[in-house]
Design a protein around this ligand. Structure first.
Ligand SMILES: [Zn+2]
Length: 424
């Protein structure tokens, strides 16, 4: 039976911040308690997850990340409940030490704990017998502290009935390195306590030596990603519109869920290649060379049929193409590369061709090319067919010329849609 009292309700909705009162009496404090901070964020139905930091007092990044999470996370956004222990071995935290100066104990060697022993051991007993049985997952944020420096990693114990759940959490946390360690003989860690209680958990070792912003960023992003994976937090966006050029990155980031095509009745009208496991085609457009034909005729310049013709010195200052950060930017760079004898993996010739266009102007935002045509500054632009139509609406007569790349005519830009993992 624990002697520790918790000052907040663990099952209540919304945000509650309080402490675990660990009884401790010394020469100065006859009836003293150690107030170990604890917080609960209760949202809608869903799993309960334990988040711990400060198991070792001199590992600060996780303490900072969890305190920030407590202040910024709106519990009404949660599908589930968080029990947060941001400074679990408080005496060690206050002393900036790995172990507690009160009883000399290493919290991560104190499990399963003892309700009748020193403060660190009492706390371990409370966590193992009263908190973990409420939880469906746990995350313990460690860093190197003053003693060590780690390559940033998350790790899980191998084997057991919850091995797959642990591996999936580590995958979602997405630390630069994920390590599966063999079943350990160490039975006194929080990891071992979670194994005993059947709670899938991952621990991290992220950097060390001093408070590192890079380590903190990994902990911050990883904690949110793990909570999304566990279903507590919604996906940052439900649906993603993705340009074709971005597909490899988006798939590598594992942002997307498998699509349920039974919910997309008209998907059968698409080509098989447009119906992928995680992405469905939603639009296709043709990138064009759009020309103010009257201005070109005045200067006796023929309509450019290839991107290479944009380097014509008579077009100095009159050419506009998409900036690399704009919607059509990557496709345009690819097209310039192919035009100049390069490829999608060798874009240097394309960049050289772009540099040969005298006084080139770049459009970034929607409508910039239309405005530039209307002002008369720009006579030729690489943009998609829709901008040609809108330029006409704006009162400028333009001619659209399909882009010629080698023996091929046409430059297609594709739009795709995916549904975010943990989307509701
Ligand atoms: Zn540690």
């Amino acid at each position: 039976m624990t002697r520790i009292a918790c000052s907040i309700p663990l099952d209540a909705p919304r945000r509650h911040v309080g402490h675990l009162a660990v009884p401790f009496s010394d020469d100065a404090h006859a009836y003293g308690v150690i107030p170990v901070p604890i917080a609960v964020l209760g949202g809608g139905d869903g799993p309960t997850v334990l988040l711990a930091a400060g198991v070792h007092g001199d590992e600060y990044e996780g303490q900072i990340v969890l305190r920030r999470l407590l202040h910024t996370l709106d519990p009404t956004r949660l599908a589930g409940r968080l029990i947060v222990l941001p400074a679990l071995n408080l005496p060690a935290v206050r002393a900036a030490r790995r172990t507690s100066p009160i009883d000399g104990a290493n919290m991560n060697r104190a499990f399963p704990g003892d309700p009748d022993s020193g403060p660190t051991t009492q706390l371990a007993h409370y966590v193992e017998t009263l908190l973990l049985p409420r939880c469906q997952a746990a995350l313990d944020l460690h860093f190197g502290g003053t003693a060590s420096e780690y390559l940033p990693c998350s790790y899980v114990y191998a084997g057991g009935p919850i091995a797959a759940a642990k591996a999936a959490m580590a995958d979602a946390f997405a630390a630069p390195i994920s390590i599966v360690v063999g079943a350990t003989a160490e039975t006194r860690s929080l990891s071992a306590a979670c194994e005993r209680q059947g709670v899938p958990m991952i621990a991290t070792e992220l950097g060390g030596g001093f408070v590192s912003h890079a380590s903190m960023a990994v902990a911050d992003a990883g904690t949110s990603a793990a909570l999304r994976h566990l279903g507590l937090l919604p996906a940052p966006m439900d649906a993603f519109e993705i340009l074709g050029a971005m597909i490899p990155e988006v798939l590598a980031l594992k942002l997307l869920a498998d699509l349920d095509y039974s919910l997309i009745p008209n998907a059968q009208a698409l080509e098989p290649a447009q119906r992928q496991a995680k992405l469905v085609a939603i639009w296709t457009t043709q990138e064009m060379i759009i020309c103010n034909a009257a201005k070109l005729a005045e200067q006796e310049i023929p309509l450019p049929t290839s991107l290479a013709k944009l380097a014509d010195p008579r077009l100095r200052g009159r050419v506009m193409i998409p900036d690399i950060t704009s919607g059509g930017g990557l496709e345009a760079v690819g097209a310039f590369a192919l035009t100049a004898g390069g490829s999608e993996t060798n874009i240097d010739p394309g960049l050289q061709l772009i540099h040969r266009i005298p006084d080139l102007r770049l459009w970034k935002a929607d409508g910039e090319a239309v405005t530039a045509f209307k002002s008369g500054d720009i006579w030729v632009a690489e943009a998609h067919a829709g901008w040609a139509v809108r330029t006409e609406y704006a009162g400028v007569k333009v001619v659209s010329v399909p882009v010629k790349i080698g023996a091929h005519i046409g430059l297609i830009k594709e739009g795709w849609m995916g549904i975010g993992r943990a989307s509701r």
